[in-house]
Design a protein around this ligand. Structure first.
Ligand SMILES: NC(=O)C1=CN([C@@H]2O[C@H](COP(=O)(O)OP(=O)(O)OC[C@H]3O[C@@H](n4cnc5c(N)ncnc54)[C@H](O)[C@@H]3O)[C@@H](O)[C@H]2O)C=CC1
Ligand SMILES: O=C(O)[C@H](O)CS(=O)(=O)O
Length: 488
């Protein structure tokens, strides 16, 4: 079990229509789903197994709450978002403890994510007041033209397990700031963090029906949220495969969509790179969250002149990593989310070795039990291997050798994904050539960490649609209205 300073943040019910409800069951007093710790398999909580009926209730509640919420001033909504931010900061240790219990990431990393999640609340508390319209010089003297911004309306969010707090606030913060209402369906693996955030939102003054969190049957709940004409927008973070399904389900009602999907990030190191910086960046980008982020370096392309030195330095650093329970001091790499994730990583490593790659370090599950996988480095990797074509979503660094800039750009772009890319060089002319040639929504130069609340996060190609965070993030929750007034 998880110990909290404020035990009321550990919820076993859902916030729907301003009420905390369990799941009324036919043969049992209520239907619940266990939440398990991926490091130990222990049950850390129970949440309601809700479905279509409760999703319909939530939609009706969100629609009822919309007029009053969108009629409040931006300043008023911003003040409530700021109070939510203050409460998340004040309860950051408890939120981090819940996150580590259900997702497994080391406590320090979980705390970092809580602060990252809070930053979206702080940012959009301010952006609420900057949804400016415009006036347009009319082509005829008898007209006055202007543009105003209005909230999209009732919104839905379906969020992943890898960032249980930040992927919720990165959607709910701009939605509520813009005057929308939102129904959140968190991942079945990590609902406790979402429910705790809802407790704090309620305490901050977010009215009934404005923010709702529903757990249970993803397909049934998702089917209602995507099929309803009342829901005007869906924001999803998760696999490209599910993103396609949700997009198709949303098509009949022509919803606005924000999709943050899979990635296959190249991490390119040229001969002239600062090797210390490149190693630091590779460790941060590759092994953050045990490699379970959509912007993790998935392919490491190292120019021939420094290939052996880079491999040796990276191996030396990786061997110092400490695998273990997220609550243990000094642990830097936690477990993967579930057994399926471990099997996917194992299949990628086995495929690479079968095709001639060399295992430098790691390459197996340690004797810890749970869903742990050793931080791994492979050399002699080629574009034909699964690690080059698929998102590994685990702590595996495949090192590819390259000779020329043209060759590596072609290899880096040889994927259907286009989320994040990274490269290291000290040549200023090359910075512009490579940054502009890489087909990705986000590019890091001489850094492996690019995510923050002020920058537009999102991808191109099959990594998704739209942007989150930054001044662009709130536009995803606004409609433009053009007003033409004849005064002649
Ligand atoms: N872009 C990103 O940040 C993420 C990418 N992924 C990728 O997806 C792969 C699979 O991870 P999963 O957790 O299984 O991601 P997923 O895409 O299956 O799940 C993400 C969310 O979608 C929901 N969902 C799944 N199927 C649904 C459906 N038919 N209707 C409505 N909701 C549905 C889940 O309940 C969860 O809330 C990972 O290995 C990784 O490659 C996973 C998580 C985050
Ligand atoms: O979904 C993810 O993996 C996150 O968006 C990555 S980040 O925002 O924490 O970098």
């Amino acid at each position: 079990m998880v110990t909290l300073k404020d035990p009321t943040l550990l919820r076993s019910d859902c916030l729907i229509d301003g009420k905390w409800i369990a799941a009324p069951g036919r043969d049992a007093p209520e239907r619940t789903t266990p939440v398990t710790d991926p490091a130990t398999g222990q049950i850390v909580g129970q949440v309601p197994d809700l479905g279509a009926a409760e999703a319909e209730t939530a939609i009706a509640s969100a629609a009822r709450a919309l007029p009053a919420w969108s009629a409040r001033t931006a300043k008023d909504r911003g003040a409530i978002m700021r109070r939510w931010f203050d409460l998340v900061i004040a309860n950051a240790d408890d939120l981090a403890a819940l996150m580590t219990a259900e997702q497994g990431k080391p406590l320090a990393e979980a705390k970092g994510e809580v602060l990252y999640a809070a930053s979206f609340l702080e940012w959009f508390a301010e952006e609420a007041k900057r949804t400016y319209g415009e006036t347009i010089p009319a082509p005829t003297a008898d007209k006055r033209l202007l543009v105003i911004k209005q909230p999209v309306g009732v919104c839905a969010a379906i969020t992943p397990w890898n960032f249980p707090a930040a992927m919720i606030t990165r959607k709910a913060a701009p939605a509520l700031a813009a005057g929308c209402t939102m129904i959140v369906k968190p991942a079945e693996q990590t609902p406790l963090t979402a429910l705790a955030l809802a407790v704090l939102a309620e305490r901050a003054g977010v009215p009934a029906g404005v923010l709702q969190v529903i757990t249970g049957d993803a397909r049934a709940i998702g089917g209602v949220l995507t099929g309803s004409d009342v829901v005007r927008k869906l924001s999803f973070t998760g696999s490209t495969e599910v993103g396609r399904i949700l997009m198709a389900q949303s098509a009949p009602t022509l919803k606005k969509l924000s999709l943050e999907l899979g990635g296959n990030a190249p991490f390119i190191v040229f001969d002239d790179a600062d090797l210390d910086a490149a190693i630091e960046g590779a460790l941060a980008s590759k092994y953050r969250n045990a490699g379970q982020t959509c912007v993790c370096a998935n392919r490491l392309y190292i120019q021939s002149g420094i290939y052996d030195a880079f491999a040796a330095r990276l191996a030396e650093a990786v061997r110092k990593m400490k695998l273990g329970l997220g609550t243990e001091p000094g642990v830097t790499v936690g477990p993967l989310i579930d057994d399926a994730a471990v099997r996917k990583v194992e299949s990628h490593v086995a495929d690479a070795l079968a095709q001639g790659a060399t295992l430098v370090t790691g390459g197996k599950q340690p004797p810890l039990g749970g869903n742990f996988y050793e931080p791994t480095i492979l050399t002699g990797v080629t574009q034909k291997m699964k690690v080059a074509r698929e998102e590994t979503f685990g702590p595996v660094a495949p090192l590819f050798r390259f000779e020329t800039e043209e060759e590596v750009i072609a290899m880096a772009n040889d994927t259907e994904f286009g989320l994040a890319a990274y490269f290291y060089t000290e040549n200023v002319r090359r910075v512009w050539r490579v940054a502009e040639a890489l087909e990705y929504g986000m590019v890091g130069h001489n850094t492996g960490l690019i995510s923050n609340e002020v920058a537009p996060f999102g991808g191109i190609k099959q990594s998704g649609l739209g942007r989150e965070g930054s001044r662009h993030g709130i536009e995803e929750y606004l409609e433009i209205k053009y007003l033409c007034s004849a005064i002649g």
